[in-house]
Write a protein that binds this ligand. Structure first.
Ligand SMILES: *Cc1c(COP(=O)(O)O)cnc(C)c1O
Length: 398
């Protein structure tokens, strides 16, 4: 038996069967490339669902992690540490928000935002106790906690996990009128992704976010934008909501804030919203820890110093153009923004999974989402020549 099968067997024997990975066992990586246990090299076109925008093992981010690990890794929030303030200052100054609350995973950042919105609703909007409503959009993805899957419309994500959390409504994505119709005096927030990532790289109609911003302002409802997958340059802007020139009340960030090294997430907002939290209201043992803070500072620095936002814009346009030139009858549509791209395969040509497996045989790693869509999201440090190589492979496989 090859090492690959052995290792897959081992993790299947001891682990839960909650994922169905592409059959490759990765051992090392650098930049855009990873190597498996058989010594084969692959281009990473998934970037851990956009957590590795800066590329694998970026030396500056690794140095920050190692240095902090050798000095002071974890204090808990029972005490102050000398890194968290620096991290939050950098995060707020880079993003233009007044305050940030650090957590670890994306789901926790979303939970934090939901709690903030509810408390804001009771304290500032004067919603009656326990009546707050939060609106979400169909086909969303915001994580896997019970409250978050409450507003998922994906049957499998919910099946067997009820009862769910009250206080959520779902409406059509991309249709601002639908929001107008469900808003009541108890509505405290809408949560949405600027582009639905897990949902299949769904880009809403132009003007949608702007309209939602207007409706939320007019009705004193908070606009929560989940930028966990789209943030930090992925779509060719620092945040995808910038494509429409709006500013949300709350932004959830995660994934690439970690530089692909160590989980760091956060909720960003104004003082008015953040100040609803008081000591004891909310917390996390690891949130805001010194290692995470040091890593996130370096991850943001790399993003800015290496102009990864601009690179994503330029190379994304190029990649979409080149993919559109591929003349293959199986392609239904190529769509996306920046380096977050979906290639939808026509149903009669089978699911996207077999295309991902064929691409793996050709040295490219990507993963299907929602049966028919191949998601392409290489690290933003990818070179144009590397993309050209990949395009050749896509042409062959498609
Ligand atoms: C990945 C993701 C999350 C959840 O992040 P985790 O770190 O897996 O908890 C939330 N929202 C969006 C849009 C995501 O892509």
């Amino acid at each position: 038996m090859r090492k690959t099968e052995e290792l897959i067997k081992e993790s299947e024997k001891w682990g839960a069967y909650n994922y169905h990975p592409i059959p490759i066992v990765i051992e090392s990586g650098k930049g855009v490339w990873v190597e498996d246990v058989e010594g084969e090299k692959y281009m990473d076109m998934l970037s851990a669902y956009s957590a590795v925008n800066q590329g694998h093992r970026h030396p500056k981010i690794v140095d920050a992690l190692v240095e902090q690990a050798n000095k002071m890794p974890l204090t808990s929030r029972a005490f102050h540490n000398d890194m968290m303030g620096k991290f939050l200052k950098k995060l707020c100054e880079t993003t233009g928000f007044e305050k940030a609350l650090p957590m670890n995973t994306g789901a926790e950042a979303v939970e934090t935002a939901l709690k903030a919105a509810r408390k804001w609703g009771y304290e500032k909007k004067k919603v009656e106790p326990n009546k707050a409503e939060i609106v979400a959009c169909k086909n969303n993805f915001a994580g896997r906690t019970i409250s978050i899957i409450t507003f998922s419309t994906e049957e499998q994500y919910r099946d067997g996990f009820g009862p769910f959390t009250p206080g959520f409504k779902t409406i059509e994505y991309g249709n601002a009128k639908a929001l107008e119709e469900v808003v009541t005096e108890n509505t405290v927030a809408i949560i949405l992704e600027p582009i639905q990532g897990e949902g299949g790289i769904i880009v809403p109609p132009e003007g949608y976010l702007k309209e939602v911003r207007k409706i939320t302002k007019d009705n004193n409802v908070l606009m929560i934008v989940d930028e966990i997958q789209t943030g930090f340059g992925r779509t060719g802007k620092l945040f995808a909501f910038e494509h429409e020139g709006i500013k949300p009340d709350i932004v959830c960030v995660g994934k690439a804030l970690s530089g692909g090294l160590y989980p760091v997430s956060a909720m960003l907002s104004s003082k008015e919203v953040m100040n609803v939290f008081r000591p004891g209201d909310h917390g996390s043992t690891f949130g805001g820890n010194p290692i995470g803070s040091a890593v996130a500072i370096a991850a943001i620095d790399v993003l800015l110093e290496e102009k990864l936002v601009e690179r994503a814009a330029e190379l994304g346009t190029y990649l979409i153009e080149e993919l559109n030139k591929i003349d293959a009858p199986c392609i239904k549509e190529v769509r996306g923004k920046g380096l977050l791209i979906g290639v939808e395969i026509k149903k009669e040509y089978g699911g996207a999974r077999r295309y991902c497996e064929k691409l793996m045989d050709e040295g490219i790693l990507c993963k299907e989402t929602h049966q028919q869509i191949i998601r392409l999201a290489p690290p933003l440090i990818v070179l144009r020549e590397e993309l050209d190589w990949a395009i050749g492979k896509f042409r062959k496989v498609l």
